[in-house]
Design a binder for this molecule. Structure first.
Ligand SMILES: [Zn+2]
Length: 132
């Protein structure tokens, strides 16, 4: 743990990260089950033009959501890894200490606020406005 976080704060953030990781794991496996069920329904609806089209749209939305969840899960795994390495809570770009208040809201945050906004303005539109 980095020096600017106390032991209690570190423990709290680790618990928060592990909780989010478990929750996302559950959401993602539910999505996978949903997708195979949807595939089956799609086969049944093959003759129904309208149903098939509506279905394709549902699936797109579902996949976009999964992408975000996979990205968040990746960030959480990286945060837990950094925690084990002892450099958690330091900005990946400038090395500044990320304040505890920011980490409490986004325990997987990899950057300080100024670097995060710079980073986000370079991201694809689909990810804009999302704070990590
Ligand atoms: Zn920074």
């Amino acid at each position: 743990m980095t020096r600017h976080l106390g032991a209690g704060q570190g423990a709290l953030l680790r618990t928060e990260l592990e909780m989010r990781q478990r929750r996302l794991d559950q959401i993602l496996s539910a999505h996978q089950e949903g997708a195979s069920r949807a595939e089956h329904a799609h086969a049944l609806l093959a003759q129904d033009e309208d149903g098939a089209r509506r279905h394709a749209m549902d699936r797109e939305v579902d996949m976009a959501r999964s992408d975000l969840e996979i990205a968040e899960l990746g960030a959480i795994s990286r945060a837990l890894l950094r925690m084990n390495q002892g450099d958690y809570g330091l900005c990946a770009d400038c090395g500044a200490e990320i304040p505890f208040d920011r980490l409490k809201a986004e325990p997987q945050a990899e950057r300080c606020v100024p670097c995060e906004s710079k980073h986000e303005s370079q991201q694809q539109p689909a990810y804009a406005g999302r704070t990590l």
